[in-house]
Design a protein around this ligand. Structure first.
Ligand SMILES: *[C@@H]1O[C@H](CO)[C@@H](O)[C@H](O)[C@H]1NC(C)=O
Ligand SMILES: *[C@@H]1O[C@H](CO)[C@@H](O)[C@H](O)[C@H]1NC(C)=O
Length: 251
């Protein structure tokens, strides 16, 4: 019996542990993960190079959160090194692990990080591109068009956009996070928040009123996604989403 178990264990082991070279390639070849990997290399350079790191800077932690939100990025953190350089990089990044693990489980993340998480996922990033294109008049406080509203609904259905719906504007964004949050609430979700006339005197305290309303997602305008999607995979995702939007219009 024991030899069967050993065989199974070695097969399972072989399946689970990817070489770091392979993990790196898998990530680099997908646009979203490749970008998260580049950001990580840049934002964590203090940790990865030079004198042994004494702490893990916030920007590096946030890039790590974005990178490890993808399957390929997760593999990269658990892969098997085949040389000393790789081993050293792995050892150095260990200093970030406790804080990253703690932060990633928080229900509310800064909007910048929430946006990176979405951008690292293919479908979420495409939905975000559409939202950025179609919601310009909302960003500028003019109106929430049907197409903008639809793109918000599609974005909210993305698993990797969950943190965007609850994120907090902390001033580190390169867009006017708070204004957009207010515009979205006012222009796209106002109907939801209107308190039925007959119930008015029950909700007179402003406090209660706030509880009744559902907070809209805080979503950023066109930023981050600097690179144009180049692969045909991205293009086909775009057309899938386009037909999805078209479908919503028809029905
Ligand atoms: C946007 O869509 C939501 C449902 O997803 C709806 O409740 C809301 O009234 C819509 N807003 C506008 C301005 O069309
Ligand atoms: C609303 O106020 C009126 C009188 O001002 C009162 O008779 C009524 O019971 C109140 N309704 C509720 C739901 O509190």
């Amino acid at each position: 019996m024991w030899w069967i178990m050993i065989t199974v264990a070695s097969i399972v082991g072989a399946v689970n542990t990817l070489s770091c070279e392979e993990a790196r390639m898998k990530c680099a070849y997908r646009v979203g993960c490749g970008r998260a990997l580049q950001n990580y290399a840049m934002d964590c350079s203090i940790v990865l190079q030079g004198a042994p790191p004494k702490h893990c800077p916030e920007l590096c932690r946030h890039s790590l959160i974005a990178l490890t939100s993808t399957d390929e990025g997760k593999n990269l953190m658990e892969c098997e090194c085949s040389d000393e350089y790789c081993e050293e990089q792995k050892r150095r990044v260990e200093i970030c692990r406790p804080q990253v693990m703690e932060e990633v489980n928080k229900p509310v993340l800064p909007c910048r990080v929430a946006q990176w998480i979405c951008a690292a996922d293919t479908m979420c990033s495409t939905a975000l591109d559409y939202y950025n294109q179609l919601c310009r008049s909302m960003f500028h406080g003019k109106k929430c068009t049907t197409r903008c509203n639809n793109s918000i609904a599609i974005l909210r259905r993305q698993e990797k956009a969950a943190k965007l719906s609850t994120c907090r504007c902390d001033g580190t964004e390169d867009f006017d996070c708070l204004t957009i949050q207010k515009n979205m609430e006012r222009l796209c979700f106002r109907k939801h928040q209107r308190i039925p006339y007959g119930h008015r005197n029950r909700t007179e305290s402003g406090h209660h009123r706030h509880k009744v309303t559902t907070l809209p997602p805080t979503l950023p305008p066109s930023v981050i996604v600097v690179e144009e999607p180049s692969s045909s995979v991205r293009v086909s995702f775009h057309s899938v989403l386009l037909s999805l939007i078209a479908f919503i219009f028809v029905t």
